[in-house]
Design a protein around this ligand. Structure first.
Ligand SMILES: O=C[C@H](O)COP(=O)(O)O
Length: 280
């Protein structure tokens, strides 16, 4: 089922929705979603409890929340997070159980009652040569197994410097192979400009909003208007407690995929920022 919340009257007039017809289908509101990607952290089990505490301190009543622990910590974190905090592994293999040394399979995740998997993170694309073809295979496997998927996309600095058209060319290339799989109830897109990841340089609210709106527009044209209106698009790239309120106010930003700040207590403030912006 598509996560919805009641429509506020003023939302019907948001300028970004002007390219979509005002039918009840496309007027569904999107429930915010925030993920904390711990990447290859922490370095010891001793530090895991503190990070879980940060997650458990979050109010999940108005926002979907997920945490992406490193593979070795996934099972332990599953047993420690409170109800309402989803565990979302940072990757899965493309085939399932079997002779795939070093990999983790969706069946193993499902056995732990895990519902979400993150794929396509730029660090996987860059350091592990994950291609759009491979990621499309992974997404199909995840969805076929009844799980849900966070799919990360985003341009590098040279493309951003050339402008929106070149930025979108990268995003479109990354979306093209999975467009037939995009389902708002099962897929969340994480737009993460690579130049903003871990750099302390955040996309401005205007840059992020413009790109999110363009991604939505592309989905409206190439998948369906209903999908474009319902699919959630998170922003990722040096998101923190300070910049979250401004980014949260952007109509096409539905949440965040947070790296560095998810290792700190301020993660909770990011969740609060988007929760209050979208329920205002
Ligand atoms: O998955 C999270 C992103 O890579 C963002 O990381 P960051 O918040 O440290 O920039």
């Amino acid at each position: 089922m598509i996560p919805v919340r009641p429509i506020q009257a003023r939302e019907r007039r948001l300028p970004h929705q002007s390219f979509l017809p005002l039918s009840p289908h496309v007027l569904m509101a999107r429930r915010p979603i925030v993920g904390g990607n711990w990447k290859c952290n922490p370095e010891s089990m001793a530090k895991l409890d503190g990070l879980v505490e940060n997650m458990n301190a979050c109010d999940a009543s108005k926002c979907d929340i997920y945490v992406c622990p490193s593979p070795l910590h996934v099972a332990c974190v599953c047993s420690k997070v409170k109800a309402g905090i989803n565990v979302c592994p940072q990757n899965c293999n493309f085939k399932g159980c079997g002779a795939y040394t070093g990999e983790v399979a969706v069946e193993q995740m499902k056995d732990l009652k895990i519902e979400w998997v993150l794929i396509g993170h730029s660090e996987r694309r860059e350091y592990f040569q994950e291609s759009n073809d491979l990621l499309a295979e992974k997404m199909k496997l995840i969805l076929d197994s009844g799980m849900k998927c966070v799919y990360a996309i985003g341009e590098k600095l040279p493309e951003r410097e050339k402008g929106l058209e070149s930025t979108m060319a990268v995003c479109i290339e990354q979306l093209e192979k999975v467009k037939g799989l995009l389902d708002p109830a099962k897929v969340v897109i994480a737009y993460e400009p690579v130049w903003a990841i871990g750099t302390g340089v955040t996309a401005t609210a205007a840059q992020a909003q413009e790109t999110h709106a363009e991604i939505r527009k592309w989905i409206a044209k190439n998948v369906s208007e209903e999908c474009a209106a319902g699919i959630r698009i998170q922003y990722g790239g040096s998101a923190n407690a300070k910049n979250a309120p401004e980014l949260s106010a952007c109509p096409d930003i539905d949440g965040f995929l947070v790296g560095g700040a998810s290792l700190k207590p301020e993660f909770k403030d990011i969740v609060d920022a988007i929760s209050s912006a979208k329920s205002a």
